[in-house]
Write a protein that binds this ligand. Structure first.
Ligand SMILES: [Ca+2]
Ligand SMILES: [Ca+2]
Length: 96
């Protein structure tokens, strides 16, 4: 998928799920979509989004100014990188 497809999908998926903040009950298609996005953003493929990768990801959706705040808010185990579970929580909170 190209970036336009991605942004369109992301907006659709997030709007569809804004009323549902429980990761366990996300539809499988949404989880698969988040997994695709996570792999797209995880440039070095180490299974985590570090600050640089997060900034790059956020710049794609026009949120690049808020990377530090989002990292602080989403990094549940405080290792200064986002694992997939933390990423899903962030994606549910982000407003694109
Ligand atoms: Ca990474
Ligand atoms: Ca973390």
């Amino acid at each position: 998928m190209n970036m336009d497809d991605f942004l369109e999908l992301m907006q659709h998926q997030i709007r569809a799920n804004t009323s549902d903040r429980n990761a366990d009950s996300l539809p499988a298609a949404t989880v698969a979509f988040f997994a695709d996005a996570f792999r797209l953003f995880d440039k070095d493929q180490d299974g985590y989004l570090n600050m640089d990768e997060l900034k790059n990801a956020l710049s794609l959706v026009g949120q690049d100014g808020s990377a530090e705040n989002l990292m602080a808010a989403s990094d549940a185990n405080k290792d200064n990188k986002l694992d997939f579970d933390e990423f899903v929580e962030m994606m549910k909170d982000i407003d694109v």
